[in-house]
Design a protein around this ligand. Sequence first.
Ligand code: C5P
Length: 251
Amino acid sequence: MGNVTAIVPAGGLGRRAGGDVPKQFLLLRGMPILTRTLLHLTTSGLIDALILVVPPGAEEWCLTQILAPYPLPATIEIEIVPGGVERQESVFRGLERASEDARLVVIHDAVRPFVSSDLLRRTVEAAWSFRAAVAAVPAVETVKMVESGFVRETPSRDRLWIAQTPQAFHGDLIQEAYRRAAADGFRGTDDAMLVERLGVKVRVVPGDPENIKITTAEDLERAEVILSRREGAGCGSASATTFIPWSPAAH
Ligand code: C5P
């Protein structure tokens, strides 16, 4: 079908969540969150190449602490590139490194370690058919649009979905979307948004409620619960080597 390249933005410093260590670099039951994400992507059988975008200065550390100690398939080359100040810039840097042969690009956040092969497959297949696809789950809570402390509007819940990653696109389309956004100074909060503004219809693929984005300390607790149910209540997988944490302050 052609080359499928994954881009994994892992360049955030996670300041919102507090603490010094970006969430993607934290250990979850003995294995870094980012390593777990990369294992799911590279063992899915759906990806040919992977570009990992990390905070500038963390490239070497990622190689020795995130990749080398773990059994990632040697058949998939992982290229590490330095990211930008915001997620959009980090993904753009990854896209700039993608090969011209990348017919399909899958973008998946480092901080969503519970992505399943099924969800990846659904998203990739929809993107081959429709050019652009986004995983999303229906909103279960009522969403209010608020202005100056008062409700301005309550959009009908039946039409509201919460976007996740993976999001997948034809290579030429996502390249064009990111180039146009940069030229126009447009900032979006996900990748699909940049494609939507080109007038291209984005297909929605049923996501997975457990495909959570780990942003806060509460998310980390939830991740532990999901993992202990999946792996059993034992002490978790031991780290392959002595793990040396990364923090922006030290680099
Ligand atoms: O910023 P947000 O919480 O939406 O981050 C989602 C993903 O984007 C995370 O995996 C994070 O590491 C990544 N990111 C990035 N470069 C940034 C900011 C966030 O790659 N400058």
